[in-house]
Design a protein. Structure first.
Length: 398
């Protein structure tokens, strides 16, 4: 008898990332992961098996025009051929915004997709492409059962004082509120903390990658997070500005220096580490090995912003039991972690330099604070795909 196969998808404008899980005996096991890049004109598809071995490595002709429908048709055909014992009948999508209607993971149909697509005006960077991926899969494989897991869901436990802005109801009625993002990652870290550090009632999690944010957790639930209404705000990121004053936006627009579209592009695509380094790089690894003064300036600004939020969130929590680093920078950059922790000695944080180095690129949770540290500091690799697959199981297979 075939095992249930669950395809987890994250659709972007030029990319389509996936993970394939087998579900048997109430257990989930990843069997393959990878994705398309360079879509549609210069598409490539690469994937590895559960052990990290190369499973797929394809380059498509620029005449193939691999859009999302074509990509999904090719992908499902390949996966069904390579894993004939899996009945790939389920798919879970990462969708950033669930809005007021979907506070938890939900099954997808035309009605729910129409609503989620309407939210693209709030979050144009990811939302529309994620909905497009779900529509494309439904068109290519009519009988597949689909669901969405939302980045905003985990933050719906924030108290009202953290969730709304001091503006008239005429503004909030248009959907303007503190939504918060990276919630799938934070939900996974929270689930790990409950077992790993059950007494860590006051925790700050730093999800630091190309997109970056922090989350304050009280009793393993979100009470505050740095991304606000959309995915540009909060910490500076690879190319996103992070916090930028509204009055500066009004000034730039009223003076005619930018159109709405061009300013949005500047803040989303040309700012953050890339902007602060005057175009040198958006990559922390490049900036950290550079002697360029603007590279140093970009690093200093990023670290300063992270420290400010940690200080603010410690105050909001009324103390701190644990500090967790996750995502690309958080998991792989020992130097960055050391610089942050060195400036948090006032909290009683004491780093174990050897453990900090050993934690780089690990696949399991790794404690990097010393035995004398008053705050536990860990590196915990995130696993958003697993959380999405678990939601598919909860919605369809339980």
């Amino acid at each position: 008898m075939s095992n249930a196969g669950i395809l987890v998808l994250n659709s972007g404008s030029t990319s389509l990332k996936f993970a394939l899980y087998a579900y048997a005996n109430k257990q989930l096991q990843v069997v393959a992961q990878g994705g398309f890049a360079g879509m549609p004109a210069n598409a490539t598809l690469s994937a590895s098996d559960a052990a990290g071995g190369k499973l797929i490595d394809l380059t498509f002709s620029n005449q193939d025009n691999v859009d999302h429908e074509a990509a999904l048709k090719k992908l499902l055909t390949i996966l069904q051929d390579k894993f004939p014992d899996l009945d790939i009948s389920y798919a879970g999508h990462r969708v950033v915004l669930g809005g007021d209607k979907y506070l938890t993971a939900t099954k997808l149909d035309n009605e729910s997709l129409d609503y989620l697509e309407s939210l693209s005006q709030i979050e144009p960077t990811h939302q529309s492409y994620e909905v497009m991926g779900a529509r494309a899969l439904a068109k290519v494989f009519h009988n597949i059962k689909q669901s969405a897991t939302f980045d905003t869901s985990f933050h719906r436990t924030m108290p009202e004082v953290a969730e709304f802005y001091p503006v008239p109801e005429t503004i909030t009625n248009h959907g303007v509120r503190h939504w918060g993002f990276h919630g799938i990652s934070y939900a996974y870290i929270s689930s790990q903390l409950k077992t790993l550090l059950p007494n860590a009632k006051k925790a700050i999690v730093a999800h630091l990658g190309g997109g970056a944010s922090l989350c304050a957790m009280q009793d393993f639930k979100s009470i505050e997070t740095s991304m606000q209404f959309g995915a540009i705000t909060g910490l500076p990121m690879a190319t996103r500005s992070g916090d930028f004053p509204a009055d500066a936006i009004f000034y730039l627009l009223k003076q005619g220096f930018y159109s709405v579209e061009s300013l949005e592009k500047e803040l989303e695509k040309h700012s953050g580490l890339l902007g602060a380094s005057l175009g040198l790089s958006e990559d922390m690894r490049t900036l950290e090995t550079s002697d360029n003064e603007h590279a140093k300036k970009a690093l200093a600004y990023f670290e300063y912003a992270v420290l400010k939020y940690i200080g603010a969130y410690t105050a909001a929590l009324g103390g701190l039991d644990a500090l967790i680093f996750t995502a690309g920078i958080g998991e792989h950059d020992a130097k960055f972690r050391a610089r942050i922790c060195e400036r948090l000695t006032w909290l009683g944080i004491e780093l174990d330099g050897k453990q900090n180095q050993q934690a780089v690129g690990g696949s399991t949770a790794h404690k990097i604070s010393s035995s004398n540290s008053k705050v536990d500091v860990y590196v915990i690799p995130t696993n958003e795909e697993l959380m999405i697959a678990q939601n598919v199981v909860e919605l369809y297979l339980n």
